[in-house]
Design a protein around this ligand. Structure first.
Ligand SMILES: Nc1ncnc2c1ncn2[C@@H]1O[C@H](COP(=O)(O)OP(=O)(O)OP(=O)(O)O)[C@@H](O)[C@H]1O
Ligand SMILES: [Mg+2]
Length: 506
């Protein structure tokens, strides 16, 4: 396989539209196909016989998974190995084929025609990395692949690869000194093969929030991000490490509550999903309006939702980004399909700043930035976890009756020590998670206050605000109070949350 991706690096968001076939149910109901691709493979389509769109690629209902991967995804994915950050986002109405296209719910062990792009990408990445490992052994370059998997459910980030209970998998979002966003404490697992990574994908997807709705019998109720992290170190620059990341984002689908007749939990989920997607739409519009030649700076409201904060780098940042806009061709979904196509059309205008990651000092060489310190701690925690597990195994082996009385006494002592260490470790985890959440709540409040202050109290002379009415002091005061009230409520809710110790005594 050719590892040097000679293809150009796109600096605008690439958009491929995928039209899924009509389902058996839709065919039985006699729904008409209203999205036509007049001259395939020309990337042009016509909706409702009149509205035209042109994208980077358009895949009709007859195009299979392999062709989508080969034509739109493979070249971009392989840029990871050249040191670029890559993001692939599936966007679209519920039931339009996002999870099918990404392949997030892959559970098998081999590629069939139905398998989506993520498993295909993992196989290609490992085949290249393993070939490179063989060649690099001589010059001392080391490659390490890790993966992480998180979901954003009801505006909360959960670690899908953690071995802990669901309520203990809750994580916060933080900003590093350079303004980048990261999720401290997120499990990053080193993986040696595509098969191992796929096992973790299946494991994580198994605990993702999914429920049947009238629009999709396996509807995802959360957004997920599966990330492949490639680290290379050694070679000529011994102490330096190059890190590049590939994100697969499987968004939850937009849905009209009236149409899906959602109620109870489904309705609450639907409201949160639509809220996040609305914030994403606003970010896309703001970024799209900021063309290469425009002089005005545009305020991009990344802080309006956790989803937009997590995707900050993928949209307008240091990343090669592909949006896979999935649509249904059926007439009864026309409104939603048009809305997706307009959304996707705007995304085409977003300029990114993809740059090759440059080698930076490895964690061991003592960089002092906050992110590095946190990464170092995460590494220590993983090491402690492994040691803890080993200790546990040693103790249970030593406690076996055949070992006799002395071994039993040592075993008991070790067991007690292990329990103590485990308790301490758990307490520090809990404390650190609480601190993250505290910081996250405060940052969110700051994020809501900032635009009020920036756009209302300190007018930007480069912005044309002649059309907008200035807000009265009273209105501003009311808005600030709203933010503060929400901050206090969220903070109080966190304070009231019982600690692990309190939970165990209840
Ligand atoms: N291109 C396609 N070819 C064949 N079947 C498809 C295609 N796209 C989607 N499907 C089928 O349509 C159904 C809905 O797809 P999927 O679950 O991927 O939707 P989704 O966009 O992820 O929805 P949600 O937002 O509710 O999670 C599934 O049964 C899937 O197998
Ligand atoms: Mg889905």
């Amino acid at each position: 396989m050719d590892t040097s991706s000679a293809t150009a690096v796109p600096d605008t968001v690439q958009v491929a539209v995928r039209i899924r076939p009509l389902s058996q149910r839709e065919l039985a109901k006699g729904y008409e196909n209203v999205i036509i691709q007049p001259n395939p493979p020309e990337p042009r389509l016509v909706a409702r016989g009149q509205e035209e769109f042109t994208f980077t690629e358009v895949f009709g209902p007859e195009v299979d998974q392999l062709e989508v991967y080969e034509r739109s995804v493979k070249a971009i994915v392989l840029k990871l190995i050249d040191g670029f950050n890559v993001s692939i986002l599936a966007y679209g109405q519920t039931g339009s084929g996002k999870t099918y296209t990404i392949g997030t719910s892959f559970t098998g062990s081999r590629l069939t025609g139905q398998v989506g792009i993520l498993p295909r990408a993992l196989l290609d990445i490992f085949s290249i990395v393993n070939a490179k490992k063989g060649k690099a052994a001589a010059d001392g370059t080391r490659y390490r692949v890790c993966c992480s998997f998180m979901e954003l459910y009801q505006d909360h980030v959960y670690d899908l690869l953690s071995h802990r209970q669901r309520y203990e998998r809750l994580l916060g979002i933080r900003e590093d000194v350079g303004g980048g966003v990261f999720v401290p404490g997120l499990t990053e697992l080193a993986v040696a093969s595509a098969e191992e990574a796929l096992r973790w994908l299946g494991h994580g997807a198994g605990s993702r929030a999914t429920a049947p709705t009238s629009m999709n019998k396996e509807s995802n109720r959360s957004h997920t991000i599966f990330t492949v992290i490639l680290r290379s170190s050694g070679g000529t620059s011994d102490e330096r490490v190059t890190i590049s990341k590939l994100h697969f984002v499987d968004l939850a689908g937009s849905e009209r509550a009236k149409k899906s007749r959602a109620c109870g939990d489904r309705l609450r989920e639907c409201i949160q999903i639509n809220k996040g997607l609305l914030a994403l739409g606003n970010v896309i519009s703001a970024l799209a309006s900021h063309t290469k030649n425009s002089r005005n700076t545009v305020y991009v409201s990344y802080r309006d939702s956790k989803l937009t904060r997590l995707l900050q780098n993928s949209l307008g940042g240091n990343s090669i980004t592909l949006m896979l806009a999935c649509v249904s061709p059926a007439c009864y979904n026309l409104e939603e399909t048009l809305s997706t196509l307009r959304y996707a059309d705007r995304a085409l205008a977003i300029r990114n700043k993809p740059t090759k990651s440059s080698p930076s000092p490895s964690l061991e060489s003592g960089s002092s930035s906050g992110t590095d310190a946190l990464e170092r701690l995460t590494k220590t925690v993983s090491r402690l976890r492994v040691e803890n597990e080993k200790l546990r195994q040693r103790i249970s082996a030593e406690l076996r009756p055949t070992f006799g009385a002395t071994a039993n006494a040592t075993g008991k002592h070790l067991l007690a020590q292990n329990r103590l260490l485990h308790g301490q470790l758990k307490a520090s985890f809990e404390e650190s998670t609480r601190n993250e959440l505290r910081a996250s709540i405060a940052e969110n409040a700051l994020g809501r206050l900032e635009p009020l202050v920036i756009t209302e109290m300190i007018p930007d002379p480069t912005l044309d605000t002649s059309d907008s009415e200035p807000k009265s002091a009273e209105e501003l005061r009311r808005k600030c109070l709203e933010v503060l009230l929400r901050y206090r409520t969220e903070y109080e809710a966190l304070r009231q949350r019982p600690t692990a110790q309190q939970r165990s005594t209840i």
